[in-house]
Design a protein around this ligand. Sequence first.
Ligand code: UD1
Length: 376
Amino acid sequence: MHILHVVGARPNFMKAAPVLRALAARDAVRQTLVHTGQHYDSTMSGVFFQQLGMPEPDRNLEIGSGTHAHQTAAIMVAFEPVVLETKPDLVLVYGDVNSTVAAALVCSKLRIPVGHVEAGLRSRDRSMPEEINRLLTDQISDLLFTPSADGDENLLREGIAREKIHRVGNVMIDTLVRLLPRAIECFPSNLPSPYALVTLHRPSNVDDLPWLRNLLATLSDLSAQLNIIFPVHPRTRERLTELGITKAHAARLHLLEPLPYLEFLALQTRARFVITDSGGIQEETTFLGVPCLTIRENTERPITLTHGTNQLVGRDMQRLQEAAAEILRNDSVAAAPNPSRVPLWDGHAAERIADVILQQRSRAANHSLLRQSGGN
Ligand code: UD1
């Protein structure tokens, strides 16, 4: 069986790595890895391949940045001949980035089966480009691998057939479980403690320049209480430059370059709390038991609110300050990783994906044998 995986942007790499490994351990599976090149810097891509132990991509489409239409279309045009040439039996796409929807669209038109890893998540906020990518990818996928029960419910509500939906758990947590011991050894020794860790890159936060300025002012205020460590995403760096901000104006606010996977994970484990707008970090902090304050009005990962450590603070900066103060006051509960906090977030989701794929394959083979022998 030939399985082709498509990755493009930073959060795809931690999701694809365990699935590549799980399938590599199975008999009679051949794999091709295509990188669209949506993310291309070594800090956003190369170092992740290295740390996650991923094979070099067989193809790099080198698409790079652009408007949504340009980026999505360029990926489709470059990816179609790869599919025609390599003739995969199944294409796996990951998460909700432009590379995900572009590859799924190409395959559905060519009648190549598509599996979507991390299907069914919904923020119900269609102003987010990722929500559009999620909705469309799920509608045209043949196998939908969901991380939690809310994903199944969303898909059923949208009319997806129950037999296409497979609840397997969270592949990003597979990577965390595998690499946590190594990450702890990579703790950056040159950073001050105690600290809060910050990441921000959603267009709704960083493309609105007055709001971004306001956010930075809030972080400066918070830094009076503890160090703020903020590895800056390239999109955010560009916007800060537009605002004329090239360095922090508060002594304990530390603006860094994007960090590799292991260093960032290590920093999450010892953070007093995390401030973010990333989806994956809401999940990682939930697993680690580290308080997370999310600067968004909604989340496609509600299980991190009900079972985890996440709180939505939206644009209410007073609420953020109060939540931070509350966390600092209640310092007694130490953060601890917990593989049973959310069902199936246990480090084995990718193996369950491999099981489903191979069961489907043998069912299809039996079916065609039966047809050939005139059975039914
Ligand atoms: C993309 C995903 C988002 C994901 C995020 C993780 C979509 C719609 N968005 O957002 O869901 O959470 O990746 O990082 O697919 N840039 C570089 N170097 C790089 C990559 C990007 O400098 O290696 C800069 C470019 O100037 C680019 C900007 O960052 O214009 C944004 O990159 P882009 O891929 O458009 O989207 P992200 O904001 O990274």
